[in-house]
Design a binder for this molecule. Structure first.
Ligand SMILES: [Mg+2]
Length: 231
């Protein structure tokens, strides 16, 4: 019997990756005089990948990776005005209003009370706290965990602390790598709700056929899926 549901936040409850893509476009425009767009994108992704361990996930680390890449591709010649524009683009991402995904509010509201609901998200602590406050969803959750990474150990700990253990918990999110595979590895259930835009570093293979795995087209299918699991 499932007692506890974990929700991812970015691109599960509210939009996120779309703002990163817009900022990447701005980054490419600003650096266009120095390097080809594809090359820039690859260099930026490589910087993000090597910096995650030091900066963690989120906008602030992304901003530092943009600046690092700008310095690299210009061999140190990037004007301070461009660095200033990149800092402004990062700051604009932090200040962007929260835009809920269709059906998110209704789904969380429908499940609150019947299950223990836990928001499990990674990223910048302050930024995620602000987004949760702006979302209006905060009161529907029994607990909020803003974590540095999402591993099987993370989910085992979170669902032991806030629920009755991973075996009676289900996690839902848009990232197979972070929201679906690790909770299944921990002994729980994983539900994948794809978002049209997902960061390249979150890609992983679907565990097709796994008895504790499901894929839903929309979060609004979650109450029905839970009823099917219970029945
Ligand atoms: Mg997400």
């Amino acid at each position: 019997m499932i007692t506890t549901i974990g929700f991812d936040a970015d691109d599960t409850l509210w939009q996120n990756e779309a703002y990163f893509r817009l900022t990447q476009d701005r980054f490419a425009d600003l650096l266009a005089p120095y390097a080809a767009p594809d090359h820039l994108h690859d260099r930026l992704l490589a910087a993000e990948r090597r910096n995650i361990g030091a900066y963690g996930f989120g906008v602030k680390g992304f901003t530092l990776s943009m600046i690092e890449t700008a310095i690299e591709v210009t061999e140190g010649r990037v004007p301070a005005a461009v660095i200033s524009e990149l800092l402004g683009a990062g700051r604009a991402m932090l200040d962007h209003p929260v835009e809920l995904i269709d059906g998110a509010q209704a789904t969380v509201a429908a499940l609150a009370g019947a299950f223990r609901l836990v928001l499990v998200t990674k990223g910048d602590l302050l930024h995620q706290e602000r987004k949760l406050a702006q979302s209006g969803l905060g009161d529907l959750f029994d607990a909020v965990e803003i974590v540095s990474d999402k591993t099987a150990e993370t989910y085992a700990r979170v669902f032991a602390r806030h629920g009755s253990g991973p075996a009676q918990a289900l996690m839902v999110g848009n990232s197979l790598k972070s929201d679906v595979l690790p909770p299944i590895e921990a002994g729980g259930f994983g539900v994948y709700v794809p978002h049209g835009l997902t960061w390249a570093l979150e890609a992983a293979d679907e565990p097709v056929g796994h008895p504790r795995y499901a894929r839903l087209d929309s979060l609004t299918g979650l109450p029905g899926h839970l009823a099917a699991l219970a029945g």
